[in-house]
Every structure is written in C-alpha cells, then in structure tokens.
Write a protein that binds this ligand. Structure first.
Ligand code: ADP
Length: 565
C-alpha cells in the first residue's frame, strides 16, 4: 500500500517534470543561449550597422543626384562656345544664386571668371573670388589639355554631361569654407571640346541651405522604419579633416558618429556620418540584451511559481485522496467491531444458556452500549456528509448549558468509569443560558470526551469544566493521555486527519470527530482550540460567545466552507 502510494507520487512528479518542467527549462535555456549569442556577436548592433551602411550609401546617391540637377540647370544657361563674355556669365550667376563663381576657359580666347555680383560687397568673398580666379587661371594655362582629356574620358552620367568635381577651400577671414567646384567640357557643334566651363557652389549656400535641407530630406526618405521612436537616427556632414559638423540635420546631438562614409562624386573631401540620437549602438545592444534577460528571468520565476503551485495542489489532492481511502478502511473497521459484538452477545442470549440474571443484564448492557457507539459513529458520518453537501441545519434554542453538559456526561459517566477513568466534572454556577443547538453541542462534547477516552493510556483521567469568563462560556475537556505534537495541533481539526503516531493508528477512528466539533462551534460563532503536550495530556476548549445571537448565517457558512475545503 505504502509502496503503491510512493509509486503514484513518483509517477506524478515524473509526469509533471516531463510535461511542464522539461519543456519550460529547455525553452528558458535555449532563450538564454540565444540571448548570449546575440550579446557575443553583437547581433543587435550589427543589424543596425547594416542598416546604417545602406542609409549612408543611398543618401550619398541622393546628395549627388541633387548636385547634378543643380549643375545641369546652370550649365544649360551657359553661353554657346565662342560667345562667352562677362555679361553672359553674369546673367548665369543672376539666375542661380547658389553659385559663387563661374568661368569659361577657351584655349584660344583665355579665361573669363565671374563671381556672384551681389556677394562682392563682402570683403571675404572678394578675396575668395580673387583666389579662385587666380587658381583657375594657373590651372587652365598649365593643365587644360590633361583636364579636358580626363573629363572626356569620364563616364557619362545618366543625364547631362560628366562633371569633374574638386573641392576648394574658400578663405573667409580666419576660416576656410568648403566649396565644391564642377568642371565640364564645352563642346562645339561637331562634338569636339572647345573649352572648359566651371561652376563653383556658394560655400555659404552649401553650409546653410543645401546640406541641412538634404540631410533632413534623406533622413525622412531613408530612415522611416527600423529605428525606435525614442532614439531615431540623425546624420551630419563634415569636412574629412575636421571633426565638427559642417552641417547637421535638425536633432543632431553631438557625440561620436556610429558610422561614416567618405563622399565621392559631387562632394569630394566630405564625410557623411550617422548616429543614434541620445544613445549609442553599444548601449542599445546592451539594453536589448538586458531587457530580454530580465523578461526571461521574470518568465522563469513565473514558471517556477506555477510549477510549485501545481505541485502543491496536486500533492494536497493526493494527500486528501489518501486520507479518504484511510477513512473508508477505518470506518468499515469501526462499524464491524460493534456489529460483531452485538451479534455475538445476541446469539449467546438466544441460546438461553446463561445461568444468572446478572449475566443477562451485562449482555443487554453491552449490546446497548455497542449499538450506541454504532449510532454515534453513523451520526457523525451523516452530519459530516450533510455539512459537506452544505445542508446542515441547526436548531438554535435558548438552552441551559449547565443542564445540557451535565445530562450529556451522565449518559456517558458509566462507560467512563467502567474503563477505569477518574472522572471530574466541574460546572460553575454563573453560566448563563445560551442559544445553541442542543444536539450538536452535546455531540461535540461527546466527541471530545470519547477522544479523551481513546487517546489515554495508563493515566486514566478525564475532567470536564464549564465556566464563564469575560464574554464567553468555556467548555473544557482535559485528559492525561498521549497528547498531540505541536506541529499537528492545527491539522487534527481537518477532515479525515489522524496523527501518524502508531498509538493513534491502533485506536479506531474516522478522523471526522474534531472537524465536526470545529464546524459546530464555528456555526455557533465560537472557537475550539487545543493545548497539549505529548505524553502529558491534552486540553480541548470550546469557547462560545455569551452575547452573540446564534444562527448567524455568516458563521454557519464559514464552518461549511472549512469542512468542505
Ligand atoms: P478520530 O479520533 O476518529 O481519529 P478526530 O477528528 O476525533 O478523529 O481526531 C483527530 C486526531 O486527533 C486523532 O486521530 C488523534 O490523533 C488526535 N486526537 C484527538 N483527540 C485527542 C486527544 N484527546 N489526545 C490525543 N490525541 C487526540
């Protein structure tokens, strides 16, 4: 039997582990491993970096495209070969305010350079114009042929003519400003090179307008997805040799860029940079991993809690099932003993062979006592099942407690004394009448006295005290029996529960008595408690309130729930 139980339990625990614990643990371990690999390979960072590389690439293309468009517009207004003169070139400048200088170099006619007339008021710009003119003059004189060859060897863009871009730094007082200059071939009708034209972007225009606007545009075009609202990506451009931005998109918050790309095409010498606003990739990666570890930790805790809870519930159910099966065998045992005694004595009487009237009396008495024991047991079981079903009703009436206790004990006194017990009954004078269910209270008292009888060994002593104290009436049943270990003292009031002591096991019982007592007492608005030392004895105390009215629905249902639970 015990082995079978252990097997059940082992099977249950194994089942629980296989069904829940193993998959859950596997899931947790796999997730943790995955997270660790993400952390090790810097997976989050790598993903964003790949994204950034692409954004930088696409943005560069868009920058170039826009620059070519602007250049094409200027070139379209350029005078035809042989017609270049200051007035014509000034007209081109007037039509395109973003251009600082234009020039035409014709190997036969020489160089004409013109600078934006409206800006010439500024002394810095005048210096820049003079420098530019001087530089182009030198260059064209010395390198016209090579430059023209190089441009004609360049791949033709999708639209327009190829541009040869270079960057120039325009002096402005102490500072130098980045300026991008485009050279293109001026061709004759037959398609052969007649000269070189040049267009220089205005440095202030680039810095203050072109780049900020383009940065915002490329960002809104290329960074719509994939980045958190809280830490959007931001971009800037800088001159390759400097670290401060030449221009930045709105929202640039300084700090080191995460990725950079050296621009080619229209803006040589510039670097395009991108970063996350308000954080770094490394921090983001760490946060991702940390949050996921936290979530995983939380899930694991929840899971563990769930498993513990399930395990506890299953264990409780199993314990109850075990108690119930013990109960059945205990009860059948307890029913069988009085029945066989009754049968035995009745059969002996039937034979009529007894020789003294005292013997007859004794046998009748035994039969009566045994049937009383039987009824008490059956009553307990019936009461119990009524309470379990929630249908137990109490008949509360004003009752003289002194008389009730005395009468109940009287019917039992003979049996107590027969068993060799010293019996003391102390009923105080000042106990007031209470509103109680007579039968229920009497049954409670009998259960307690019966237990005192059952669980006493050599020291046969029972005392019952009834007295009033403060607001309650106390009914005590005291014995000098085996006692109840302190860790069991709460449990013995639970249904079916019996202490696992061999002394208890050898005594018949159903484990229902005390749970009934507790239910009855609760239904009366009272409490029952035990005070016991193993080996010395026990004192069970029922305490009933004097003032509270009985039949209080709340207390009755409280008792129901306890027993049912
Ligand atoms: P039963 O006596 O039928 O087993 P009860 O509900 O009346 O069931 O009691 C529950 C358990 O409490 C008993 O099995 C016993 O272990 C313990 N117990 C009850 N009364 C006493 C007592 N007076 N002395 C020692 N142990 C007791």
């Amino acid at each position: 039997m015990a082995k079978q139980r252990r097997d059940d339990r082992t099977r249950l625990i194994l089942g629980l582990e296989l069904a829940v614990v193993l998959p859950a643990a596997a899931l947790v371990i796999l997730s943790a491993l995955h997270l660790m690999s993400v952390q090790r390979d810097r997976g989050v960072e790598a993903a964003i970096q790949r994204d950034f590389t692409q954004v930088l690439q696409v943005s560069e293309k868009q920058f170039n495209q826009r620059a070519y468009d602007l250049m094409d517009a200027v070139r379209a207004d350029f005078p035809a070969p042989g017609q270049a003169c200051a007035i014509n070139l000034d007209r081109v400048l007037a039509a395109h305010s973003y251009v600082a200088h234009v020039f035409v170099y014709d190997p036969d006619a020489g160089l004409i350079v013109r600078s934006q007339p409206s800006s010439l008021k500024d002394a810095g710009f005048r210096d820049e114009a003079a420098d530019f003119s001087h530089m182009m003059d030198n260059w064209m004189k010395m390198q016209y042929k090579e430059t023209a060859d190089e441009i004609s060897g360049m791949q033709v863009q999708k639209r327009g003519a190829p541009y040869y871009f270079f960057h120039n730094s325009a002096p402005r007082g102490e500072k130098h400003l980045y300026e991008s200059v485009a050279l293109f071939l001026i061709k004759g009708d037959s398609g052969d090179a007649k000269g070189i034209g040049g267009i220089a972007f205005d440095a202030d225009y680039l810095r203050q307008q072109f780049f900020p606007e383009m940065l915002d545009t490329v960002m809104s075009r290329n960074l719509t997805e994939g980045h958190t609202e809280k830490n959007p990506a931001v971009m800037m451009v800088r001159v390759r040799s400097e670290y401060t931005p030449l221009a930045a998109a709105s929202g640039w918050d300084g700090g080191a860029p995460e990725m950079e790309r050296n621009l080619e095409g229209a803006f040589p010498g510039l670097t395009l940079a991108i970063k996350l606003r308000g954080t770094t990739l490394a921090a983001l990666g760490q946060r991702f991993v940390r949050i996921n570890f936290l979530v995983l930790g939380g899930l694991t805790l929840l899971l563990a809690g769930g498993i513990v809870l399930t395990h506890r519930n299953v264990a409780r159910e199993m314990a109850l099932a075990r108690l119930k099966s013990d109960f059945v065998s205990n009860v059948s045992h307890e029913l069988r003993t009085p029945l066989s005694l009754i049968r035995l004595y009745a059969e002996t009487l039937e034979l009529g062979r007894l020789n003294s009237p005292e013997k007859y009396q004794e046998y009748y008495h035994i039969i009566r006592k045994e049937s009383e024991r039987l009824s008490a047991l059956i009553n307990n079981i019936l009461d119990f099942s009524r309470i379990e079903a929630g249908g137990k009703e109490y008949d509360f009436r004003e009752t003289d407690m002194r008389e009730l206790v005395h009468a109940t004990l009287d019917s039992y006194r003979y049996q107590i004394e027969q068993n060799g017990f010293v019996f003391e009954e102390k009923i105080s004078e000042n106990v007031p009448p209470l509103c109680v269910d007579r039968e229920a209270v009497s049954r409670s008292l009998l259960n307690l006295v019966n237990n005192a009888l059952k669980y006493s060994q050599q020291r046969k002593y029972i005392a019952v005290n009834l007295y009033r104290t403060n607001g309650s009436v106390k009914l005590e049943v005291i014995d000098h029996g085996i006692g109840v270990p302190s860790q069991e003292q709460e449990k013995i009031f639970e249904k079916f529960y019996r202490v696992g002591d061999p002394l208890v096991h050898n005594t018949k019982g159903s484990g229902l008595g005390l749970s009934l007592v507790r239910h009855i007492v609760h239904a009366h608005g009272g409490e029952v408690s035990v005070n016991s030392t193993p080996g010395e004895g026990s004192k069970f105390t029922i305490s009933l309130p004097v003032s509270t009215g009985p039949g209080d629905g709340k207390t009755a249902s409280r008792g129901d729930q306890e027993l049912a639970g």
